[in-house]
Design a protein. Structure first.
Length: 461
């Protein structure tokens, strides 16, 4: 008997229930949060750097699914690769053969990572980090991992142990024996290494929370310290890798930095099939997989599946053929420069920073009395509310999706698809300028929304 399943019919009949279904069966706080800030939109389709709501309005995506949509939505090359792999009816995930696609994708990734030798495939960024933590501990025979304050490496138990934000860690202790140091603090790093129990140091070359870049020379100096003490350098490139910052990896901005382990995910998926990867040096992999008895000592049920591998291969092909990395560098510099030129114009705008198409816009305490009193009101209720006040009109009035770069941060992070160009830069800068004009002009609508956020923050205490 043939089973009939009509996805289009199901969506037509039940798609309008989306918020109610989430409230009833999933994380009930998500629809509540979206309705509070006016983000409860109904999006019908997406293409490239845009998506459209149920009324046909277009929205510019400056969030890229938290970096997953590096090539934008539904890139035709990735779509074709997935159609092709499905049509091929491969004997996938037999677990007792060596299919070609994982080897081909590993070969492609390693071509961009000349100091690394082998790859482990999994399904997400947090799994890639978990792999690196396990491999570092086993390879060195040591228990402790160092990480940076304010870091984000994932939310599963191991990666949560190296998460630098208490809000994510609270209530989930005990975690693994790991220690935080400040990004850029070589003295603190050396003190911890001197204890002799450190397996490795995991670091984002540019932190996603707040968009803070490692100071010049820090990664190379940290690498030298780690090697001197027999510990490993682990680069978390889950968000910064695959061209995001204007080089294939963000650690490549600094000469001589050659991490022992590198974690990637997000954009490698093409926005379709979850995939993560941990790249490492030969001796680490050979130590972990030291005998046939240990052949499955670390594995993933869906790792290396054909659809994920096909998506990854297509993504790397597009990155190479369409000069995506160069575009991220040039377009990112244009966007950052034009936004930085506004700092002297708006007293609420504190700094614009970042590399490539990973840009942080930070707001700060204004000098004029009228604005300062309003700023103080927001800060007293909850830090981060002003940035949310900017994000909301960008969506509601200008149809641009952005995000606040972490809880209680007055920073907006821009991580758009790497395929955007000057028209998207123009649209964002014009919209951002209009929102800042409203804020500095005392726009009643904007500050009234601020009062709503204050009331919500107080109610949630």
């Amino acid at each position: 008997m043939t089973t009939e399943f009509d996805l289009a019919k199901l969506l037509a009949e039940r798609g309008g229930e989306r918020y109610e279904l989430h409230a009833r069966h999933l994380n009930h706080q998500l629809p509540r949060m979206l309705r509070t800030i006016g983000f409860d939109k109904v999006y019908d389709r997406g293409e490239g750097a845009y998506f459209w709501d149920d009324e046909g309005n277009d929205y510019l995506d400056m969030l890229a699914g938290f970096g997953v949509m590096g090539l934008g939505r539904h890139h035709p090359v990735v779509r074709k690769a997935l159609h092709d792999v499905l049509d091929a009816s491969l004997a996938d995930l037999t677990r007792f053969d060596c299919p070609p696609l994982p080897g081909l994708l590993a070969e492609k990734l390693l071509a961009h990572s000349p100091h690394l030798d082998r790859v482990f495939f999994c399904n997400s960024g947090t799994e890639a980090v978990e792999t690196a933590l396990k491999f570092a501990r086993y390879a060195t025979g040591r228990p402790r991992i160092l990480y940076c304050a304010h870091a984000f490496h994932g939310l599963t138990a191991g990666s949560l142990s190296v998460n630098g934000e208490a809000g994510f860690r609270d209530g989930f202790a005990p975690l693994l024996p790991d220690t935080a140091v400040e990004l850029g603090d070589l003295a603190a790093l050396e003190r911890e290494l001197a204890r002799g129990d450190v397996a490795g140091f995991v670091v984002e070359p540019i932190q996603g929370k707040g968009v803070h870049e490692a100071p010049p020379g820090f990664l190379r100096a940290a690498q030298d310290l780690l090697r001197r003490h027999g510990a490993l350098l682990i680069a978390d490139e889950v968000q910064t890798g695959l061209g995001r910052t204007g080089d294939f990896y963000a650690h490549q901005h600094e000469d001589g930095v050659e991490p022992d382990l590198v974690c990637v995910a997000k954009a490698l998926s093409g926005g379709y099939v979850p995939v993560g990867a941990t790249l490492g040096k030969e001796w680490i992999f050979k130590k972990v997989y030291s005998s046939m008895d240990r052949v499955l000592v670390h594995s993933a049920s869906f790792g290396s599946n054909a659809q994920a591998m096909a998506a990854g291969l297509a993504v790397l092909s597009v990155i190479e053929d369409e000069q995506v990395v160069a575009n991220a560098r040039v377009t990112g510099e244009l966007l950052r420069t034009r936004l930085a030129a506004l700092v002297d114009r708006y007293e609420l705008l504190h700094e614009v920073r970042g590399r490539g198409l990973m840009i942080g816009i930070e707001f700060g305490r204004p000098s004029s009395l009228g604005l300062r009193s309003r700023w103080t009101m927001l800060q007293a209720a909850r830090k981060g509310l002003f940035a949310q006040m900017v994000v909301v009109p960008l969506l509601q009035r200008h149809r641009i999706l952005t995000q606040v770069s972490g809880d209680r941060l007055e920073v907006i992070k821009l991580i758009p698809p790497l395929i955007i160009g000057e028209p998207e830069v123009d649209r964002f800068v014009e919209a951002f300028t209009a929102v800042m004009d409203d804020a500095h002009g005392g726009s009643g609508l904007m500050w009234d929304f601020g009062k709503t956020l204050v009331k919500q923050a107080v109610a949630n205490r």
